[in-house]
Design a protein around this ligand. Structure first.
Ligand code: NAP
Ligand code: GDP
Length: 319
């Protein structure tokens, strides 16, 4: 696809962590031939087929980045597996069918490395998404997400649609959900250190701190997703991840948050809380084959920027 072809890009889930990062990057490098529209649930509840059709009729996208989903960290997933499965299946079915009906030229949807099989050799690559059941803690979210890849192939084979997907590892950055019960680990740790510092109380990390994660800064992911929209021409997914050697333990990530806040209080572990999947190490060789020189933001810097954003935007942040 020509980069300069006139494009109307609709981003579903445009008000969230990833959507807001894409908006920031687009605003920094505005291409006059592209009109970008960032949707939230206020524009349409994408669980409703009629509301989905109406919003697609309104904006008539030529291209779609599909981010909208019920999203949450380990503990929210464990509580609401059925809702994660049903709501995300509904959203994905409505969005992809609307894209087919509107003859959208390309759709990039978002999977996640937490949908990978639980029992698997490491590192995991794009060919292994469906090789065995996901970790039990988030099977609802995982199975709904895996079906996007199945749908992409089905729409391509039967209708010739150009629907693809990306597989990001754990994302973090400004505009994340900092709610302690619902959110992911890094926003949760940031919010907890903020409160511990304010109140002079200990900072509690849930679980053992031993699990390993590859964290990708939302601004890096945004740049990569825009690249995928313009340049990546496969139906099969592509993993968007930092390199394997950049995987860190939850303990190391927590130490970086402590450092970013210059927090001097006590740090404790609540090992009665679940650890979830021990690791889900992803291989980014496919990405590196396309973009060997892409520079990821070092995690210390990304955490510091996110902490600074959270402090500055404490009143309005999702928490
Ligand atoms: P997020 O911050 O929770 O944002 C979710 C977005 O989806 C919001 O814009 C929300 O709109 C929208 N949304 C939710 N339910 C909707 C509905 N029924 N109708 C319309 N819009 C709805 O999530 P995120 O972290 O940016 O995640 C974006 C995508 O990346 C998701 O597909 C997620 O699965 C994937 N992903 C995330 C991570 C991660 O670590 N965060 C990792 C891998 C993949 P409102 O603001 O109006 O509620
Ligand atoms: P996951 O990567 O999909 O498992 O989801 P999360 O982003 O929620 O990360 C979960 C991991 O972080 C588990 O090992 C948790 O025990 C650990 N963790 C430590 N403290 C927290 C916290 O405050 N919130 C969350 N969500 N996880 C935490």
């Amino acid at each position: 696809m020509a980069y300069n072809e006139a494009m109307v890009v609709v981003v579903t889930g445009g008000s969230g962590l990833v959507g807001q990062a894409i908006q920031t990057v687009v605003e920094q490098s505005r291409n006059v031939n592209e009109r970008w529209i960032f949707l939230s649930s206020k524009n349409a509840d994408l669980k409703s087929a009629s509301e989905t059709c109406a919003v697609f009729e309104k904006y008539k996208p030529t291209h779609v980045i599909h981010l909208a989903a019920m999203v949450g960290g380990l503990y929210r997933n464990m509580k609401y597996n059925c809702d994660f499965l049903r709501f995300n299946q509904l959203i994905n079915d409505n969005v992809l069918e609307a894209c087919k009906k509107m003859k959208v030229k390309k759709v990039v949807s978002c999977l996640s490395t937490c949908i990978f099989p639980d029992k698997t050799p490491y590192p995991i690559d794009e060919t292994m998404v469906h090789n065995g059941p996901p970790h039990h803690s988030n099977f609802g979210y995982s199975m709904a997400k895996r079906m996007i890849d199945v749908m992409n192939h089905a729409y391509h084979e039967q209708y010739g649609c150009n629907f693809t997907s990306v597989i990001p590892t754990n994302v973090y950055g400004p505009h994340d959900n900092f709610n302690l019960e619902d959110g992911h680990v890094l926003p949760g740790l940031i919010h907890k250190v903020y409160m511990a510092k304010q109140n002079g109380t200990p900072f509690t990390i849930w679980g053992t701190g031993k699990p390993l994660r590859q964290f990708v800064y939302s601004m890096d992911l945004a740049k990569l997703m825009i690249w995928v929209l313009h340049e990546y021409n496969e139906i099969n997914p592509i993993i968007l991840s930092v390199d394997e050697q950049d995987e860190v333990s939850i303990r190391e990530a927590a130490e970086m948050v402590v450092e970013a806040f210059d927090f001097k209080g006590d740090v404790v572990y609540d090992t009665t809380k679940a650890d979830g999947q021990f690791k889900k190490t992803a291989c980014n060789v496919k990405l590196r084959t396309y973009l060997p020189d892409f520079q990821f933001t070092p995690i210390r810097q990304g955490i510091k920027e996110t902490v600074d954003w959270f402090i500055e935007n404490y009143e309005s942040a999702r928490k």
